[in-house]
Design a protein. Structure first.
Length: 182
């Protein structure tokens, strides 16, 4: 079963080239955005950056790493499944840390949309990655679709959260100082 399933990965090559390239480009843009924010604001908040901006880069990098793992010429699928499972478990643990950071930071009060896009959707993506990695051994076709969906979700989470960060900073800077402190 393992040897017969390995050619399935070749059918996903274009998907992962597109997703991996987009993730790499957007990761680079996040570095530019964070640099511009810090240069405009003087000194950024380490707490807020650790809770919101850094995880966005991590999600883009997760999509890039998944694309790289599934683009490698594995002799058997369990090798890729093992790495994907480790990435998924690390991501689940990371999201728990991010939830603690978001609750601890005082610069921004998250609303429901923030909890969904910054904590819940990423948790679902990492959990789906773990599920897909385990299922890869016996249900390769289904698992590859689950992993593909998780990867796309990472990409869209990153895009949404990047846009959210940029619009928040832009709107916060455009308010008069006495209004923004209310």
């Amino acid at each position: 079963m393992q040897e017969a399933a390995v050619p399935l990965l070749s059918a996903w090559q274009n998907f992962y080239v597109i997703v991996g390239s987009a993730s790499a480009a957007l990761t680079g843009l996040m570095f530019v955005v964070v640099t511009l924010i810090v240069s405009m604001e003087g000194q950024g908040s380490g707490e807020a950056t650790g809770a919101y901006a850094t995880p966005t880069v991590v999600h883009f990098c997760a999509a890039l790493l998944i694309a790289a793992i599934l683009s490698a010429p594995w002799p058997e699928l369990w090798n890729a499944g093992l790495l994907l499972g480790i990435c998924g478990l690390a991501g689940v643990i990371y999201i728990i840390v991010i939830i603690q950071r978001a609750r601890r930071q005082t610069n921004y009060q998250p609303v429901l949309e923030d909890w969904l896009w910054h904590m819940i959707f990423p948790f679902i993506s990492y959990a789906a990655l773990v599920f897909g990695a385990v299922a890869l051994l016996n249900y390769a076709t289904l698992a590859l679709f689950v992993i593909g969906a998780a990867t796309i979700l990472f990409l869209f989470i990153g895009i949404h959260n990047s846009w959210d960060t940029v619009t928040y900073v832009t709107l916060a800077r455009s308010r008069p100082e006495n209004e923004s402190q209310e």
